[in-house]
Design a protein around this ligand. Sequence first.
Ligand code: GLN
Length: 498
Amino acid sequence: MADLWQLSISEALEKLASGDISAVELTRAHLERIEAVEGRVRSFVTVTDQDALREAEQVDRMRRGGETPGPLAGIPLALKDVLCTKDVRTTCSSRMLEHFVPPYDATVVSRLRTAGAISVGKTNMDEFAMGSSTENSAFFPTRNPWDLDRVPGGSSGGSAASVAVGEAMGALGSDTGGSVRQPGALTNTVALKPTYGRVSRYGLIAFASSLDQIGPFARSARDAALLMNVIAGYDPLDSTSVNRPTPDYLAALTGDVKGLRIGVPEEYFVEGVESGVKTAVEEAIQTFVSLGAEVGEVSLPHTRYGVAAYYIIAPAECSANLARYDGVKYGLSVRDGAHDLVETTAITRAKGFGAEVKRRIMLGAYALSAGYYDAYYLKAEKVRTLIKRDFDEAFEKYDLLIGPTSPTVAFKLNEKMSDPYAMYLNDVFTIPVNLAGNCGISIPGGFSEGLPVGVQLIGPSFGEEVLLRAADAFQRVTDFHTRWPELPPQKRATKSRK
Ligand code: GLN
């Protein structure tokens, strides 16, 4: 029999409902799994084992008392450390917030709590979500469970790895330029970036507010739908959250994609895409054809300008958002040798931010400075409009688009750290979706030399139902998403002799 940590969320919910297993047993199984693999993978900045067990006991007590538990009651999940959790340290994997304990829960967190879900901990990430490998964490890098010498992607690498290796049944991440989908692709998990405004950003520590969106990681489209059913929806606390009814995403999973019109953007199959990635995506397209989808070619001509526009817009917004870390209000405050407030702020920011965050702040401040605004920021916003138009036109003809999530499989640790541009290019196929504001999902699409390949399905605004329906139909006839990484045995700590 499979171990409890290997169950899907839907299987676990059935077993919990029938009394086959308890929430405490399920939570314990995950905490034990964390104990067993965390030394090798390092998905978590903070494991909240005591809180998790207490919450699990409460779920079991409620159930015994005949109360109707919430839709995710007893399900152990992991939360990216960019989401505020009341009374639980929230670091953004930054020295700046290393000891920051938020006084409130992000809306997604309180929704999960109300649904009865259990948080096992806060996951590692690139500092302030800036990066594609989780190596920019101020604390330690997370490893890819499929090959411990490789990165899990980023910036939500800890969330992705935790789901891939069975430390949590699902997780939340944030996606500004691909930070949910790209680590999903590199770790063989399902990873959804919802439409801008579909999920509340209240309590999500801001990176680039016009691009940031919270999304789920899961091991199947079905499980992702269950998570979306809880986290999606209007929130008056986030002025950009859209007030429109939330569909039942589970009900969208009909298994039927006959006649679904799928567009293949030619710009997504260019030089630079690894051949193993290309092959897997082409095979996925054939699978959709065999399921009755109608596939045709489409062009998104402005794709190649996406990365350049993003690296103006995202740093510009980040330079404004991160101005709040002034060494006074909260977070790190270094006063050694400072003579006045300005010096305190300068020293704190010098010590509190890592190299990549500083690079972004400088890029953004430069792009926004007087005399450069029109040349850079305004131009980038115009490119953004053109990219959105590409998608709008494509969605007149097609229900969704298909391509690779990332041009490469997981790369080695340190491989791209000295070349920021190479790192930035990893997001060439995910960034346009954030710029346009529509939705995208990465699903396990096969393997290239033993490493997972992610297939990206891109949908129109509020097209999450069709994305999840297509992803689920694909998973009914493929088994990539059911495979587990095999971790090499833990190296024994060699005792040093005196
Ligand atoms: N890798 C991209 C960046 O570094 C995207 C990050 C994200 O989506 N948070 O900005």
